[in-house]
Design a protein around this ligand. Structure first.
Ligand code: CP
Length: 318
């Protein structure tokens, strides 16, 4: 953990990485590293959050985020329960406000929300006294993904973010992962490069602290890591990509590209992967691909997030 004994986590909610300072981020990553060991024990459970209640409120599909928050809560002995759109009264038209107030009436300590609308997590945070964690809201932010990516890169790069270059490749326009990683990794000193066809670059990218390159063979030169992004066909307007085969030919990361990067280059992907579309099959299965390390990091990072939120103002004690 951080040596700064005066440090105190002060956030009620985790809505966006832009609320975090470098000290918050490094402290959270240190706490995650201290929890990682629990995940390797024969008995993977500690009583740290016994008596705390965590709600997993997922209005969009998820495998990694939902499951790892569930595992993280249970490993810390919190009680977790899930509410999804399917099978709930959201499908009868119940509003976000009334659903939130209903969940709050059951006295949870933390609600993790994933929602297709940007700002949904902020809306609940303003409405409810319990802690809110943004598990992904529309195109806006995915702070816990950026934190676990940061944890993975910190381990891979032996704690050194300076003088490292990360290429983010693919559907940047629709990616909350790209936005959150851009903010967090820039704050930590990582140099960022982005590569996508012009139609998949977001408006305003000229004001982001990144280099932009449309040719993949040029973009990948001398990078330390490449983060491939899923082509989010479900969020795209018709006409942005007339031909998926052409997209794959120009932007699918393959072995020929990695020869142009730095020796020892690592590959990340937030998942789920479209093999053969944004990442080739052999790269997805290569030891340099850290996608499963990211999943493992997700459990430790989310344990740290639940712990810090549930014990804030309590000197870090549950
Ligand atoms: N990376 C990510 O958010 O994955 P899920 O959609 O499976 O949670």
């Amino acid at each position: 953990m951080t040596n700064d004994t005066a440090y105190q986590w002060r956030h009620k909610d985790l809505l966006d990485v832009t609320q975090l300072e470098t000290t918050d981020t490094l402290h959270l990553l240190d706490v995650a590293a201290s929890f990682q060991e629990i995940n390797n024990r024969p008995v993977k459970k500690v009583p740290t959050l016994k008596g705390k209640t965590v709600v997993l409120f997922f209005v969009e599909n998820s495998t990694r985020t939902k499951t790892s928050f569930d595992v993280a809560g249970k490993r810390l002995s919190a009680d977790t329960f899930a509410l999804a759109k399917t099978g709930s009264s959201i499908n009868k038209g119940e509003s976000l406000k009334d659903t939130g107030l209903t969940l709050q009436a059951m006295s949870p300590d933390i609600i993790v929300i994933r929602h297709p609308s940007s700002g949904a997590a902020q809306f609940l945070a303003d409405l409810l006294p319990c802690s809110i964690v943004n598990g992904g809201d529309g195109w806006h932010a995915h702070p816990t993904q950026a934190l676990l990516d940061c944890y993975t890169l910190r381990q891979t790069w032996n704690g050194q973010f300076a003088n490292r270059t990360l290429l983010i490749l693919g559907d940047i326009a629709h990616s909350r992962v790209a936005r959150s990683n851009m903010h967090l990794l820039h704050m930590l000193g990582v140099k960022l490069r982005m590569c996508a066809p012009r139609t998949l670059l977001p408006a305003g990218i000229d004001h982001w602290p990144v280099e932009v390159e449309s040719d993949l063979a040029t973009a990948v030169r001398d990078v330390d890591a490449v983060m491939c992004l899923r082509l989010q066909l479900e969020r795209q307007q018709a006409g942005l990509l007339p031909d998926l085969a052409e997209y794959s030919r120009r932007y699918c990361l393959g072995r020929q590209h990695l020869r142009l990067a730095k020796p020892g280059v690592k590959i990340l992907h937030p998942g789920p992967m479209n093999r053969g579309l944004e990442i080739s099959n052999d790269i997805a299965d290569d030891p340099a691909c850290l996608v499963l390390n990211q999943v493992a990091a997700g459990v430790a990072t989310r344990m740290a997030i639940l712990y810090l939120l549930a014990t804030r103002g309590n000197g870090g004690h549950a």
